[in-house]
Design a protein around this ligand. Structure first.
Ligand SMILES: [Mg+2]
Length: 224
């Protein structure tokens, strides 16, 4: 039997990126002597995705004296120090692997920051593989992203692959196009009415893990 595969998105799926960023933006603006208006601007700049170029823009806007590289490295270190993954989710990753799942992370973004977060939270050592889009310029929702993530887990996309994520386009539509079952982390939002629905919707990552554990338990019974 081919082993089951599940790929998790990272930001706002396994970790609370939005909450972490709000804390970081408050620290950043205080450290550089910037005000409330600047706080909103800085937060807006990094909200979708942050790269070194983002800090080039922030540096120019506020005429900050340090180099872009120094700002970027400080950002990676600060975020790694602030971010966390809930204990029940970390435990769940171990439970999934014990139940026979291959577990991977499939995330868009810059390698430095995504890898720093994965190490700091302890996710790295609890999964079979990680793929960050910048490593091969393959972003979700491209199918190639999911193929490369599966390869990092030592497998290929097959009939029993799953994608868990919070983004309707990147994670759910992308996962479906790659032939994966999909679980949407709703984070208190409602599903966009015009988009094809995910296979399952759950409130948070632990609920997705519990669903997958139930699935593998019943799968074992029916194929035994
Ligand atoms: Mg996400």
């Amino acid at each position: 039997m081919q082993r089951l595969l599940v790929l998790f998105d990272l930001d706002d799926t396994l970790v609370d990126r939005r909450g972490t960023l709000a804390d970081w933006a408050a620290e950043f603006t205080a450290r550089h002597g910037l005000g409330d208006g600047e706080h909103a601007y800085v937060l807006g700049m990094v909200a979708e995705r942050a790269y070194p170029s983002t800090f080039d823009a922030i540096r120019s806007s506020y005429r900050l004296p340090m180099s872009t590289d120094v700002l970027w490295r400080a950002y990676c270190a600060d975020i790694a120090a602030l971010v966390s993954c809930p204990a029940e989710v970390l435990d769940g990753l171990i439970e999934l692997r014990a139940a026979g799942w291959r577990v991977g992370v499939a995330t868009n973004g810059a390698v430095d920051i995504q890898r720093a977060k994965l190490r700091a939270t302890g996710i790295s050592e609890r999964v079979d593989g990680v793929f960050v889009s910048e490593e091969a310029d393959a972003r979700k929702p491209q199918t190639r992203h999911f193929v490369l993530a599966a390869a990092r887990c030592g497998t290929v996309l097959g009939d029993d692959g799953w994608m868990v994520g919070d983004n309707p386009v990147n994670d759910i539509a992308g996962g479906r196009s790659a032939g994966l079952y999909t679980i949407w982390i709703g984070n208190d939002r409602s599903w966009p009415p015009d988009d094809p629905r995910p296979d399952h919707t759950v409130p948070h990552a632990r609920a997705a893990i519990d669903l997958l554990l139930r699935y593998s338990a019943s799968h074992k019974r029916t194929t035994a």
